[in-house]
Design a binder for this molecule. Structure first.
Ligand SMILES: C[S@@+](CC[C@H](N)C(=O)[O-])C[C@H]1O[C@@H](n2cnc3c(N)ncnc32)[C@H](O)[C@@H]1O
Length: 523
């Protein structure tokens, strides 16, 4: 574990006086530890506070609670989202010794301060004392991004990263290889707690949440890495033709010979040992419950597809410069197995990446909604029909399910997948466009599973007007969820239960299912 106290690169400064003497001592650059040789910041403490309250990755949500409004007034987020100020002296490569504060939403980083300025630090853990190296920002930036490059006092949840491609300046795919699985879930729980408080003004208890992020597929021991990713997007290194994964916030490629979180069905294809010259990227899909394997290849402009020889049979699809998909050989879809049904998922269609995600989420949604025979339900942002299918089985032929999805191919798949269920209708359009046009004025149940940006105020307002008995909100972004819960509160709905699932181990991502009911009974 890299926890040795360093000799100290010449330009390390501390954000607190050293513990030994309490007195400043000079560093090799001539400046004093705890001070800087020249004024680096046009320091505005209020801005730093706002930046700290809102992680740069919190793009979807605007603050709702009075405290959050005070900390980050409307509009401050857009400013805070730009790490580089207008000019200023570059600070990339500068090193500071800092104490790491709380984990922040998105990006796998924690908050630290140096001379009153906020730093968003990756590869660190709350409570640690570390040396960070600035990766983005100038003397005029409102906040800096940095990597922890040396750990002086490690947190108890820190481990040696099992993946040799994880760490500062390396692969950006995982955020928390250096954290025990239990520690990762605690970080995710802290993020959800903070977002609920900041954006919805809710405590965990008020949200109906027990405060835990549930492991899925067993609890891995520290150092064990679950091979959960059934879809991996490799980038091709133009120099070598080998595949790798992008570095954090970079177009640079970290070459890999194995991705530890890739599912066995992907690893056994041997993609990492081939030459992919002429391609920009290779997306590999390994279906769950069938032997279907698909590669989606993106050639560089003007390049031909290479001859693909892999260790296992695969279907091949090419994506052109206009984002159109062309079958090269085999099927242009994979067959996934979930909730006792086979699902066709064609090129580019959404499907949960963790093999246990579809069943886990459907179970949580059905347990929360408790659909009754003959009820009507909406499945919004329905993809290839996962929740619509599960709801249809429960409401039966006397009931009705309307799915809405904007992706044409996903709609075709959903209609194909649910063809035997006459109570299901799938419509192709944006939810916000179609829903007001349907003439539906009430329904019994709603499932919504929007993309990361969430549903937004207008859609939530419309949903709240439909007098649903219960609503299940499936969310992959805790900030968007919390913001939308605040909108639902305006519309008279409150969460009665909330569950969080660790469906993206080793990364900062997780999935939530919130169940809402009318706060004052059904009208
Ligand atoms: C998170 S996925 C959920 C898919 C599905 N519920 C599932 O679990 O497989 C979100 C889906 O919403 C679709 N989508 C995105 N924006 C949309 C919009 N404005 N209206 C309707 N569908 C949208 C995407 O194409 C995607 O299929």
């Amino acid at each position: 574990m890299p926890c040795r106290r360093q000799q100290g690169p010449p330009h390390v400064t501390r954000n607190t006086p050293p513990r030994s003497s309490g007195r400043p001592r000079p560093n090799a650059k001539g400046s004093k530890v705890g001070q800087v040789a020249r004024p680096r910041w046009s320091a505005q403490p209020g801005e730093a506070k706002a930046a700290e309250a809102r992680s740069p990755e919190t793009k979807a949500a605007a603050p709702r609670s009075p405290q959050a409004k005070a900390a980050a007034p409307r509009g401050s987020q857009a400013k805070a989202a730009a790490p580089r100020g207008p000019g200023g002296e570059p600070l990339v490569g500068e090193r500071y010794e800092v104490e790491i504060g709380a984990v922040a939403h998105g990006g796998g980083h924690c908050v630290a301060r140096h001379e009153g300025r906020v730093l968003f630090v990756r590869h660190a853990l709350p409570g640690e004392r570390v040396v960070v190296e600035v990766t983005e920002g100038t003397t005029k930036s409102r906040f800096l991004r940095a990597d922890a490059v040396e750990v002086l006092s490690p947190a108890k949840d820190r481990i040696e990263p099992p993946c040799r491609f994880a760490g500062p300046g390396k692969c950006g795919g995982c955020d928390w290889q250096h954290v025990t699985p239990g520690g990762q879930r605690k970080l995710k729980a802290a993020v959800l707690t903070e977002q609920l408080a900041q954006l919805a003004g809710l405590t965990p208890a008020e949200a109906g949440w027990d405060g835990s992020v549930e492991p899925v597929g067993g609890k891995p021991a520290p150092g064990q890495v679950p091979a959960w990713r059934t879809r991996v997007q490799y980038t091709v290194d133009p120099e070598s033709g080998r595949v790798g994964l992008r570095k954090h916030r970079s177009h640079e490629v970290q070459l890999v010979d194995r991705c530890l979180i890739a599912a066995e069905g992907i690893t056994e294809l041997g993609i990492e040992s081939r030459d992919w010259t002429g391609l920009a990227s290779v997306e590999a899909i390994a279906a769950t419950g069938s032997s279907d394997r698909q590669l989606v290849l993106r050639p560089l402009p003007g390049e031909q597809l290479p001859l693909v020889e892999l260790d296992r049979p695969v279907s091949l699809t090419r994506v052109d410069q206009q984002e159109l998909y062309h079958r090269v050989h085999g099927r242009n879809f994979v067959r996934e197995r979930a909730v006792e049904r086979t699902w066709r998922v064609s090129n580019g269609g959404f499907w949960q990446i963790h093999p246990e995600a579809p069943d886990t989420l459907v179970d949580a949604v059905l347990a929360g909604l408790d659909p009754q025979w003959g009820e009507n339900a909406l499945d919004l942002y329905c993809g290839v029909g996962l929740f619509a299918g599960a709801l249809a089985e429960r409401v039966g032929e006397e009931g009705a399910v309307l799915g809405i999805e904007s992706g044409k191919q996903a709609v075709a798949d959903a209609r194909h997948n649910l063809a035997g269920l006459e109570q299901v209708r799938i419509e192709c359009d944006k939810v916000e466009t179609l829903l007001p046009r349907t003439g539906i004025t009430e329904t019994d149940l709603i499932v919504l599973d929007p993309p990361r940006a969430g549903a937004g105020r207008e859609t939530v307002r419309h949903l709240a007007s439909l007098s649903a008995r219960r609503i299940a909100y499936v969310a992959c972004d805790p900030a968007a969820l919390a913001r939308d819960l605040a909108f639902f509160a305006e519309g008279g709905y409150r969460p009665v239960s909330l569950r969080a699932f660790d469906l993206f181990p080793m990364t900062h991502h997780f999935e939530c299912v919130a169940i809402l009911e009318p706060a004052f009974g059904r009208s």
